[in-house]
Design a protein around this ligand. Structure first.
Ligand code: NDP
Ligand code: MG
Length: 388
């Protein structure tokens, strides 16, 4: 029996991870106490969620939507705020124990820092935070004794494989990758792929940005950097293996050669739930994996000549400093430009490469250095994409 329910804040409740987290919370009313919901600008869904789940507080980042939100929730006992400062402040409440960072992109950085400084447990979906400022985040997490539990399925798999292995060093890890919709494509074929094709992921239904990142394999590049910071690994300890069925979510290899893998159907609700309940495992009704439905599981080498995102991310990681922050900023701008059909699919890779090669790299960065590097890389990437 749990004497105290876990108070949860979901940053980004209207997104793919956020809505699935709400399903997890709804299924376990005796375990969770939903405190905070936040959205970027999808005010109608936030209103619907607030009325249904009755959290203590809601925040809409887009201040223009504040009145609509406040008026709709007038008859409810719910605090209503707007703006990105409010987003950072609401995580400080003492009723909040776990902060699920389910925002997309760089916007997650400051709220995550605030949550760490308030000594909250972080259920981290927003991988960009660790990509942008892993060095700083790790330092702060240590200082404020804040635990960071991964939501990303590969990292959750590694985390689960490491349970009970506290004293045993990792020899290496294998991050699995589905290969996305363009697995096996040549550079020539990638020249003409469309937005519609890129948005069609074979195994996962996710937000638009990560879906494009999966198609370009930048998602796996970001995940290499995420793994470095989460598990304290060197670049050559992190391997990527393409596994089209997405059943094995990742693998740890120990120094005696033993390998542990975590597997299951591709369903983000499981890693979301585990990050919220660790070290407990709650019963669930998620569909179970059946071996006979998958007589074959396949593995392939990623094509790093075509999908240059993987080596680009490794390069940024080895450069340290603000390099990965700049790469992330370039990628966010390029992906947005591709989603708005301003550039082609291969242009994303080109913009990322140009920015990483030409930008200043600031070593041992402070928060201000990250903020400056992000701004500079965004401006450069916008120029390359022909956007003002
Ligand atoms: P979505 O785009 O579906 O959702 C993003 C959420 O963040 C929405 O609630 C959105 O609000 C909010 N948001 C966006 N921009 C801002 C902003 N500037 N300020 C405040 N809030 C903002 O993304 P996903 O759920 O797919 O992904 C979330 C994170 O989780 C990403 O970092 C992704 O890499 C990671 N992740 C996702 C997986 C998945 O299966 N989806 C798997 C593994 C990791 P609004 O709806 O109002 O725009
Ligand atoms: Mg992942």
């Amino acid at each position: 029996m749990h004497v105290q329910k876990k108070g949860i804040a979901i940053l980004g409740s209207t997104g793919s991870i956020g809505t699935q987290a709400l399903e997890v919370i709804e299924s376990n009313p005796n375990y969770f106490d939903l405190q905070v919901l936040t959205a970027g600008s999808n005010v109608s869904l936030l209103i619907e969620q607030a009325k249904k789940y009755k959290p203590n507080t809601v925040v809409i980042a887009n201040e223009e939507k504040y009145l609509e939100l406040r008026n709709a929730l007038e008859d409810f006992d719910i605090h209503v705020y707007a703006g990105s400062d409010a987003l950072s402040q609401v995580v400080e409440s003492k009723e909040v124990h776990v902060v699920l960072t389910a925002l997309v992109g760089y916007a997650g950085l400051i709220p995550t820092i605030k949550a760490i400084e308030s000594r909250k447990t972080i259920a981290l979906a927003n991988k960009e935070t660790l990509v942008v400022a892993g060095e700083l985040i790790k330092k702060l997490a240590r200082k404020y004794q804040s635990n960071i539990y991964p939501v990303d399925s590969e990292h959750s798999a590694i985390f689960q494989c490491l349970m009970g292995e506290y004293k045993n060093p990792i020899e290496k890890i294998y991050l699995t990758a589905s290969g996305g919709p363009f697995r096996g494509y040549s550079l020539e074929q990638l020249k003409t792929v469309t937005l519609k094709q890129a948005l069609k992921h074979p195994n996962w239904s996710m937000g638009a940005k990560i879906t494009i990142d999966s198609a370009s394999m930048m998602n796996k590049g970001l995940e290499i950097i995420e793994a470095k910071w989460l598990f304290d690994l060197k670049e050559d300890q992190i391997d990527v293996i393409v596994h089209p069925q997405s059943i094995i979510h990742s693998i740890v290899q120990f120094e005696d050669g033993s390998m542990k893998a975590q597997m299951g159907l591709p369903d983000m609700k499981l890693p979301i739930q585990f990050a919220l309940t660790y070290p407990d495992r709650l019963p669930s009704t998620f569909p179970r994996f059946n071996f006979l439905d998958y007589p074959q599981l396949n593995f392939e080498k990623p094509d790093v000549e075509v999908f240059t995102s993987l080596s680009l991310a490794r390069e940024a990681m080895l450069m340290e400093g603000t390099a990965a922050c700049s790469l992330n900023a370039a990628n966010e701008i390029a992906v947005e430009a591709f989603l708005n059909e301003k550039i082609s699919f291969l242009d994303i890779l080109e913009v990322n490469e140009k920015v990483l090669k030409q930008i200043n790299n600031q070593t041992s960065p402070s928060l201000t250095d990250y903020i400056d590097a992000d701004k500079e890389a965004r401006n450069f990437a916008k120029k390359l994409c022909g956007i003002n």
